[in-house]
Design a binder for this molecule. Structure first.
Ligand SMILES: O=C(O)CCC(=O)C(=O)O
Ligand SMILES: [Fe+2]
Length: 294
């Protein structure tokens, strides 16, 4: 992946994120835009049945596909500073990042604390490698729609837990839970132990998680099914690439051997076309250089 010089706006957030496993980027989008998105999604919150199962938790409501549910969501998903921070962290481990999910979450009054977890554990490889192997797989961005406070279910985080990957659980007194206002964003690593908090107030906590993953992983929410070509055609080319209309070099995620972005254009040609990274091209050249041409 291309490594642009990191901007002075992004670097301090990257440093904090990598040191404590999370960071808050304050006032990064106007609160009125957050309000607009929350109001676009109001009908979906009302129409969606409460979640089932011991992970999602009763008394929560969740739904995805937010790029299709409000045009404002792209402003969050493609926020330049946030994407720069995410690319700095995931870039060393992939050719390109991808959108892993968009999910609106309501934690209703009376909801219990979610089970603490690391989001990257959905990919078994992260647990098969030694705990200190260093790769990051995912970065989460939590965008509050309502004020987040410890008493209304603000996300609970274990500072430094990204360096304690062998510990499935860490004592609750080592956790923190923050006050975050709409317009600010909470970023945390896929390796950071965290969970949704209990809501001990009379009002719902609402927000949205946008997460980004290494481009070669299976995304949590299958983006290209959620946004099939007839929907993705309305996206900008950058957004279409982010949701998966892009080959991950070398040749991963193709359609008929070609880049899936061709499904969004008018004319589709046939015949497989390599999409290789510099590393494979160098290996192929070295191979040919070592043997006589025939
Ligand atoms: O709602 C939250 O604060 C966190 C939710 C979460 O971590 C999850 O569902 O994976
Ligand atoms: Fe989570």
């Amino acid at each position: 992946m291309k490594h642009e010089p990191i901007s002075s706006a992004a670097q301090p957030h990257i440093d904090i994120l990598m040191t404590q496993g999370y960071c808050v980027v304050d006032n990064v989008i106007p609160a009125a835009v957050v309000q607009g998105l929350a109001s676009d999604l109001g009908g979906c919150f009302a129409a969606t049945q409460p979640s089932q199962g011991p992970f999602y938790g009763a008394d929560t409501v969740r739904f995805g596909g937010l790029l299709d549910r409000s045009p404002l969501s792209a402003l969050f998903v493609q926020h330049p500073l946030i994407v720069e921070i995410v690319e700095a962290i995931l870039g060393p481990w992939c050719n390109n990042i991808q959108l892993n999910l968009t999910q609106a979450i309501e934690i209703r009054p009376g909801a219990q604390q979610q089970v603490p977890h690391r989001d990257q554990d959905m990919w078994p490889v992260s647990r098969m490698l030694p705990c200190d192997h260093g790769a990051e797989y995912l970065v989460n961005v939590m965008w509050p729609f309502t004020e987040y406070r410890p008493e209304n279910g603000s996300t609970i985080l274990w500072p430094g837990s990204h360096r304690r990957r062998s510990e499935d659980l860490i004592a609750p007194d080592q956790a923190t839970s923050l006050e975050i206002a709409p317009g600010s964003a909470l970023l945390f690593l896929g390796s950071t132990l965290h969970c949704g908090g209990a809501n001990r107030t009379a009002a719902a906590r609402r927000g949205m998680i946008v997460s980004y993953a290494l481009g070669w992983l299976k995304p949590y929410e299958i983006q290209t099914l959620v946004y099939p070509p007839e929907k993705a055609r309305r996206f900008t080319p950058d957004l279409a690439r982010l949701v998966g209309y892009q080959i991950h070099r070398p040749n991963l995620g193709n359609v008929e051997g070609r880049c899936p972005s061709e499904l969004l254009g008018g004319l589709q040609q046939n015949g497989a076309v390599d999409a290789l990274a510099a590393e494979q091209i160098a290996l192929i050249e070295a191979f040919h250089a070592q043997r006589p041409a025939c």
